[in-house]
Ligand binder design. Structure first.
Ligand code: SF4
Length: 89
């Protein structure tokens, strides 16, 4: 069935689904690009254990539940790297 504009409900739904898929694709690409711009764990000597009482979930770069603003990949809350910077406050 078509409306006065010659557009069917199916056309509208198909267009909406295409737009939604495009938005998801752009968001995924953006997220992947952001991850690519982070520092490799090896370069900051990342380890999965604390050092001298310093650990990722006490760092200003920490992102719950398992990421870092500047270091790539999965980051353990009890991990540590040489870029450690204590949270203020
Ligand atoms: S210690 Fe390193 S890996 Fe951990 S949150 Fe801070 S900057 Fe990121």
């Amino acid at each position: 069935m078509q409306n006065r504009n010659g557009t069917s409900r199916r056309d509208v739904l198909r267009t909406g689904a295409t737009i939604a898929a495009g938005i998801v694709g752009v968001a995924a690409a953006s997220s992947a690009r952001a991850e690519d711009e982070k520092i490799a764990q090896e370069l900051v000597q990342y380890q999965n254990s604390p050092k001298d009482g310093q650990q990722c979930n006490m760092c200003a770069q920490w992102v719950e539940p398992n990421a870092c603003k500047i270091v790539a990949g999965v980051i353990h809350p009890n991990g540590y790297c040489v870029a450690y910077a204590p949270k203020e406050g």
